[in-house]
Design a binder for this molecule. Sequence first.
Ligand code: GLY
Length: 397
Amino acid sequence: MRIVIIGGGVCGLSIGWFLARAGQSVTICEASQAGRGATWAAAGMLAPQIEAKPGSENLFPLLRDSLHHWPDFAAELYDVSGLDIGYRDEGCLVVARDRDSQEALRFHQAYHDQQGITLQWLSGPEVRSREPLLHGTVSAGLFSPDDHQVDNRRLAQALIIAFQRAGGLLKQDCPVDRMIWKNQRVSGVACRNGDTIPADQVIVAAGAWSRRIKGFPSSINLPIRPVKGQMVALKMDADAPLIRHNIWYRGIYLVPRRDGRLLVGATVEEMGFDDHVTAGSVYHLLKRAHEILPSTAELPLIETWAGLRPASRDNMPILGPVPCEDAHQNSDSGLIIATGHYRNGILLAPATAAYIADYCLSGRLNPAIATYGPERFSKKTSPQETAKMTKTTTAGH
Ligand code: GLY
């Protein structure tokens, strides 16, 4: 089978790797450089437990499912690429310094208990025994041992190697202009450089840019928007890192990398495709980081960046086949969507790859992704029906 994937981010590459190693002929068309969009900009947290919030109940099973895929996914990727992707399992802490944020932690824990997620309550001294350099006023924390992290940039490099070693063809600087259709089935893509690539199946995994591709069937709406996130990186001594866990504090997070980088993120901004780094946001992130980990003030600031998370209208991913436009034809259209992962693209990559690749190969949709299909945004589906299908309205954080 000939498969074209539009988009060479973490999901496009992961799906491509799974399909290529299953013997399919797979081409990824990436508009710029593979793995350099939202995948590059992410923090690589694999933290569904600590990040679970009211409103995200319908997404939680898929997040947790994907977390369970991660150890094997990371090990297989290492075997084929030989690259260490910095998979770390020290766990994640969310900490409070004052009475208000301690109250917020209590609410957080009660909500997690209701959802069957066990987080461990820590007193201030218990938090500092795990992370001695946190501010002396830290008064409480919640510890989630099962939340992990991966170095998303190394992950992207490893996926490129794995995909190509499995026989996949990666076309970079190759934006797709439109999908080509024949008899109600997608039959390929037309690239902006004038090339056409024939295909039996086309998978749209172009993140925030997905709806810019022309040729979607008129019945389907793809309500994907970019949500900007700004981040900074500081340089710690890799042999004496300031922290070992991912730490959340008042809406920001600190993520220590083995190479000594300390990531501080992230803003959540509805700014369209604007990707400027602003002084105000850098100030905000550094101020919060300093409040909780004062020695950050002494670290060199080595990088700032902004990424565009792909969010759907209900902030849940869009995963699955686009039905054939003619309702009387009992077949799919060959067009498959895998985007809208919003704040969870890195975490969801293994499950996305497993279930989308499985659909391409078998034609059967795994129940694990049945509620995330593109039909919930069909022009024939009312917003009420959409809400009923997804049984939630917001899943973002
Ligand atoms: N997943 C972290 C973020 O979106 O900022």
